[in-house]
Design a protein around this ligand. Sequence first.
Ligand code: RP5
Ligand code: MG
Ligand code: MG
Length: 279
Amino acid sequence: VLTHFKCRNGMYPRSAIERFMVPDDKINWSVEYKEYKPPNHTANSIHGKPWADPKIGDPNFKPKWNALDKNVNRESYTGQYLIQDRYPLNPVGRTGICGRGVLGRWGPNHAADPVVTRWKRLLSGELELDKNHKPILQFVAIKRGDTGEWALPGGMVDPGEKVTTTAVREFQEEAINSLVMSEDDKKEWEEKFKSFFSNGDEVFQGYVDDPRNTDNAWMETSAYNFHDDKGDVVGALKLNAGDDAVGVQWVDAAHDIKLYASHEDIVKEVLKRRLLAIT
Ligand code: RP5
Ligand code: MG
Ligand code: MG
């Protein structure tokens, strides 16, 4: 079953607002919780931003919930979400805070996450093996500027953008720092890695337990694995943190790894699939 921990209890990110306490057995909307009075919070910083929705009740805002609304995807991977007094409801349940927080969209906020992987190698080029004689998978992780946690270099899908395009664009922005590259260098980079990034395996689509989620706005993502089996394609990559990332590195995909939001589940799924593919 779908549940959430990181967007429940404690302080809301970038605010002095504490979430209303939601015990495990009171998450589900169908369970009565009479005392439930979550604070209402929408960060001032998002008002008027081109990537943010207007306020609910704004006469010019006529959202089509559970649908592709012009080029904004308001469909949820979890199925139909409910609308209560004009506000979409988090499909997992209560988060202890209502409003949009720092998220731009009411309802689902769609992101994409690239999982770029290779096998760990010795200087000789041979595969390095762990104590169970299994090869060690590595993936590109970035350090988030907002929380300082290690994460996949993902980001929000722009209106009308293909989700696979988002995954590659965000990788370029956060792990290669393409935002400071000249147009020529960027073109060259794109040519070189075009075929590598043209066939990603979709490994996850769904709700993300993101600390920014609220009762009325939440993150969903599609994650794609781009794997370099021989290590000679992305092995040549020069990693360079950019945009909202403050660090970038190859990290061993271990079972006890700790990452931002639901990213550890995504990485574990990739690890499982990659190990299965070699045996
Ligand atoms: C997570 O937030 C997603 O999985 C994605 O990695 C990320 C998108 O938000 P920003 O990185 O743009 O803040 O929920
Ligand atoms: Mg980004
Ligand atoms: Mg990002």
